[in-house]
Structures are given as C-alpha cells and as structure tokens.
Design a protein around this ligand. Structure first.
Ligand code: URA
Length: 239
C-alpha cells in the first residue's frame, strides 16, 4: 500500500536507524532521490516504487521484506547465535534493524532454502503447523538407502518424545546414498532423527523446496539470496 510520508520516516522504516539519525543523514546530503540530493527531511514522498540512494548505494522502498536464502553450512538461524555466525550476518545491516528473522529454523549444518521476513503475519502463517506446508529435503546418508527405509518413512517412524509416529508426505530414492523426503511437520531435528530411527545416519541435509517454491527455480547458489515477489510468494502455498 502506497503512502506519502516524510523522507526521514521512510529511511527509518527501511532500517537506516532512528528517525533522528535518518534526519541527520538527510541534512548531511547523504540521501538522493531521482538523482537529486534531498536535504530537507520534511519533504513527503510517495513510497510506492520509490528508489533512493544512501551513501551512493541504491535502494528500493519495500514495505515488507520477503527473502529466500540458500543457506550455507555453519550458520545458525537463532537471533543470538552462539557457536557459528547467525544467518542475518549474510545480509545488509538494515535488514536486522527492520526486524527481519528466519521463518523457522534449519540446523547450523543444514543447507538450502530458508525464508526470512519482517512480516509477522507471514512468519506466523508459514511456521504454523496448522498450514501443513510441505518441505522437501535431500538427505545424504552414511549407508545405502533401502526400500525398507522408504517404507518406514511412509508408514511413520516413532521418535523419542513424540506421542505418535511421524510419517513423510512422500519419500523417494534419488541414488544409492541420497533420498528426497517431503515433510509436513517441522519437529526438532526431524529428518536426522527419522533417518537414525530407521537405522541409517544423515551425513548432509539440504532443504530443496518449500511448498511449490524450489531452490532450482530461484537459481540461488549457496550463500546467495534474493527478494521474493508476489508470484513466488504464491508458490509457497501448500500443493
Ligand atoms: N530436519 C533436521 O533434522 N534438520 C533440519 O535442519 C531440518 C529438518
């Protein structure tokens, strides 16, 4: 929704700092709109499609951020990362200031598709178990993948601390030591624990798809990210 608001408020909303700091940036001649340096922060601007520069770097106004990251290994999803750097350190610092956070968690050693946003409702809807959004994982295993393991995953695997067996929505062998598992739940370490309960061991885990949005379609290599538009967000809905 487009709004007309003062430039200092616009910069604040985009994560450039407090309103006072943003006013100072403007007064110091560090902000440009349409090729013109704006030094009066009271000028109201239309937010829709607004392109501006801060310290010579170009930004597009975005009311909310929706981001897909191909998460590299050795990054933590928690906000207070302790043993490894946090995923937010991959992004411009403005994102953290705007309150961007990962949608759900991947383990520090899991790679692949991770969504991030500063839209609380979106985060809630995506994370809510009630929405059953299927998530596909590629699992590299220590021992060969057997048809028995696939059968167990489809029938349901009983995990310690889980009251009922957890089943995969689908599961298929990709090659001798690689399988694809699609889950509609997101229990703690679920894939690794299911693989262990079936007598094998997960040696690498990559999330390849959330709903109908796949990493391959996004063309993101590990460590890279992109903004998601309306078309891609629509693909996140359950099949
Ligand atoms: N299942 C796991 O075991 N780990 C993840 O990171 C995601 C799903």
């Amino acid at each position: 929704m487009s709004k007309r608001i003062s430039l200092d408020r616009i910069l604040q909303s985009q994560g450039f700092g407090t309103r006072k700091w943003c006013s100072e940036l403007i007064a110091a001649g560090e902000v440009e709109v349409a090729g013109v340096t704006v030094t009066d922060n009271r000028v109201a601007m239309e937010t829709e499609g607004l392109i501006f520069k801060v310290y010579g770097e170009t930004w597009i106004y975005r009311e909310k951020l929706y981001i897909a990251l191909n998460k590299p290994g050795n990054y933590e999803c928690s906000r207070k990362a302790s043993h490894h750097p946090g995923v937010l350190s991959i992004f411009p610092e403005q994102f953290d200031r705007r309150g961007v956070q990962p949608v759900g968690r991947l383990d520090h050693d899991t790679t692949g598709l991770l969504l991030l946003s500063d839209d609380g409702l979106f985060i809630h809807n995506q994370s809510s178990p009630r929405h059953h959004i299927p998530k596909a994982y590629e699992v590299s295993t220590h021992d060969p993948v057997t048809p028995e393991l696939i059968a167990m995953f489809i029938a349901g695997v009983k995990l310690h601390d889980e009251p009922v067996p957890l089943a995969a929505a689908s599961c298929r062998i990709i090659s001798s030591h690689l399988l694809e598992v699609v889950l509609k739940q997101g229990k703690y370490h679920q894939v690794k624990r299911m693989v262990a309960a079936a007598g094998n061991h997960c040696i690498a885990l990559r999330r390849s798809r959330i709903g109908g949005l796949g990493l391959d379609g996004l063309g993101l290599s590990e460590g890279h990210w992109c903004y998601l538009g309306a078309r891609q967000l629509a693909q996140l809905a359950p099949d």
